[in-house]
Design a protein around this ligand. Sequence first.
Ligand code: IPE
Ligand code: IPE
Ligand code: MG
Length: 235
Amino acid sequence: MAVPQHVAIILDGNGRWAKSKGMPRNYGHVKGAKNLEVICEDAYNMGIKYLTVYLFSTENWKRPEDEVEALMKLFRSYTKTCVKTAMKNNMKVRTIGDPSALDSDLQESLRVLEETSKDNTGLNFQIAINYGGRDEIVRSIRKLVKDCKEGKVSEEEIDEEMFSRYLDTHDIPDPDLLIRTSGEQRLSNYLIWQLAYTEFYFTDVPWPAFTKEDLQKAIEKYNSRERRFGGVKEE
Ligand code: IPE
Ligand code: IPE
Ligand code: MG
């Protein structure tokens, strides 16, 4: 079975999962974060090289203040645990999104996480935090315009490949497979540039209950499809 090189996941349904158990939403977020560690290891053991997960969107700030606060607290502890698991499992961690809106201590922990794990050669693990696809494109355009003004880039040089290098995901191949858990079938502003030719897989399973077997099912489904690019079969 061909394993996709890059899998992107929209981790959705933490709140609904918790509610179905009569628990507060934050319980779902805590379980979701624990599950992420398990799935990271499973993904790598299955042969996946890149895993990119959506942890917090630019729109998620609109949630009630106490939920945002609880999420930020969870990210703080998750980031600390992640340094240990990254070193244990040889994962190279990168963050995508705009860190500037996060508290400075969280920004610093994320920086440490990237720095500590940068020479690891196992799973390439991307965490999307305060990430929005439109925001990423706008930030990239700003950088590009600045470079144009400074004479580092000329207008004629701008093409898709060079623009991609301005995105947060530079050096990371586009996802082959996108998984969204918990039944919703939309992108919610995730990787809108990078998903142009990605295969989509939607499952009703909420993220905290998503298992290795569910990941395997997604990969089997991916294998049963014939990928095409502009009407041409994949080589
Ligand atoms: C995903 O679960 C986690 C985040 C977006 C932070 P949700 O919190 O969106 O859970 P539901 O979709 O409301 O069930
Ligand atoms: C998308 O989930 C963002 C993350 C998983 C981090 P949401 O639950 O926030 O998205 P919508 O509101 O259902 O589109
Ligand atoms: Mg949701």
